[in-house]
Design a protein around this ligand. Sequence first.
Ligand SMILES: [Zn+2]
Ligand SMILES: [Zn+2]
Length: 201
Amino acid sequence: MDKTTSSPWAISVAQLAQHAGQSKAIDIDFPAPSGIGDDIVGVREGDLIHMQANIDSIVDGLILNAHVSAPMHAVCTRCLKPLSNSKELDIVAFYPYDMKEIDESEGDLEIVAGEDEADDGNTYPLAAGGTVLDVETLLRDNLVESIPLKVLCKPDCKGLCSQCGVNLNENPDHHHDTSDDRWAILEDLKAQLEHKEETTK
Ligand SMILES: [Zn+2]
Ligand SMILES: [Zn+2]
């Protein structure tokens, strides 16, 4: 169907290109590109990303309006429990017919192009003489940006015991008897100091 070139992320737009006012709806599964996150949190390369989108041609390019659903894996920052859920993203991107024009109009801003692109939305070049819209970079950029810095299995995750590593969510009554470890010494010391304070008053 839409995959007319060797890239698994290519969408043929030959019928749309250069004809303002045309529109095309797509509903495709794409393999996740490499480089989205890591073992801790991210999208595994090759996992299927579902995209429902409309591509509309305007005078100087194509506008992609996409809803993306990607299987994201993560581990809880506090208790290390493996988690998986679906990352839902709405993406709007512009694929100009003449990328050069865009680059030139940005002039000396080009040095910060990476950051700039994130600010003014997504702009990507069309491939194969304007007949192919490739979403590999678009998927990677947008998913990488959406990766959370911190993931919790639940907002009040109790995490792991700092002394022995037991999961405190599963063992709510877990505690260490302080009389038989190093904390006891500190407890004693604290008690002595407190006592001293009391008596010196
Ligand atoms: Zn957790
Ligand atoms: Zn413990």
